[in-house]
Design a protein around this ligand. Structure first.
Ligand code: ATP
Ligand code: MG
Length: 269
């Protein structure tokens, strides 16, 4: 199955409501999906090692979603096989005073993965057209101009050999409630809950509108958004790992070939 084709957000016609968070693309066997996801992580491990050796391109994976959508779980699962040396995760929280004194992309650009690496953003520059919009943290003329700025920024990255893959982890409001309740009742996980999570839930439909707009305005061939049905964690993991593997395969990554003169002879120089 070509998960990229199935879940990519097509720019013009994109409607979030057309995407069912419960969709499993015909898969119904969790064990089979789990096996596929494991195979994908093994492939990813190999691809990453060539990406690192080739040292020409970087992969940027952006993860966005409502609280409890599974951003942390995705990172843990999908990246389980990759060498930590070539991978970095950045979580974007509320901006600091210093960050707020710069343009909104300043902290983002600083966190870009270098050539050869995979960078994962747990939240991202998209917060500046999501939470900022929903809570009026900036006037409309400020946040609405950011769609263009984001497109231009991502164009620049693309022209500098950064491969961008953006994932929206799509859960339903009912599934979020279920996960919140499960967290609260679990002593090992209730540290993850905060009253703020429950407050944000009140803005569910405002967030859906903001996501709809952001995805529609910024999904392009070289910086696509994938809307991943995420009510089922096993499906989410399989789909995301498959998409990353397919995108990396397409790069035709190659180990560097040393010119004859530079090949080591095995003797001291
Ligand atoms: P978890 O709750 O799983 O630890 P999280 O990403 O939700 O992870 P929190 O510390 O709970 O982490 O929340 C970070 C908060 O920072 C989110 O509410 C997010 O919307 C907010 N945030 C991120 N970027 C910005 C931004 N540019 N402007 C304002 N708020 C932001
Ligand atoms: Mg949180």
């Amino acid at each position: 199955m070509d998960f990229r084709k199935r879940f990519v957000a097509k720019k013009k016609s994109f409607r979030l409501t057309d995407h069912d968070p419960d969709d499993t693309a015909g898969f119904d066997d969790e064990a089979v999906a789990g096996e596929q996801a494991r195979e994908n992580t093994q492939k990813l491990e190999k691809l990453q090692s060539v990406l690192y050796a080739e040292h020409k391109r970087a992969i940027l994976i952006v993860l966005q979603g409502m609280d409890a959508a599974g951003k942390d779980g995705t990172i843990k699962h999908v990246m389980s096989g990759v060498n930590p040396q070539g991978c970095q995760v950045t979580a974007f929280k509320q901006p600091s005073h210093e960050e707020l004194d710069h343009d909104f992309l300043w902290r983002i650009h600083k966190a870009m993965p270098p050539r050869g690496d995979i960078g994962i953003f747990n939240r991202s520059h998209y917060e500046d057209v999501l939470v900022v919009r929903v809570h009026n943290l900036a006037p409309k003329e400020v946040w609405s101009d950011r769609f263009r700025q984001i497109r231009e920024f991502e164009d620049m990255l693309y022209r500098n050999q950064v491969v961008i893959l953006k994932f929206f982890l799509n859960i339903s409001k009912a599934e979020q409630e279920k996960r919140f309740q499960a967290r609260v009742g679990d002593p090992d996980r209730n540290w993850k809950s905060s009253d703020a999570d429950f407050t944000e839930r009140k803005f569910w439909s405002e967030y859906q509108d903001a996501y709809q707009d952001a995805i529609q305005k910024t999904s392009r061939a070289h910086a696509p958004w994938y809307v991943i049905p995420s009510n089922h964690k096993w499906f989410r993991n399989m789909a995301i790992s498959a998409i990353i593997v397919d995108a990396m395969k397409e790069l035709n990554l190659r180990y560097p070939v040393l010119p004859e003169a530079k090949k080591p002879t095995g003797k001291p120089a």
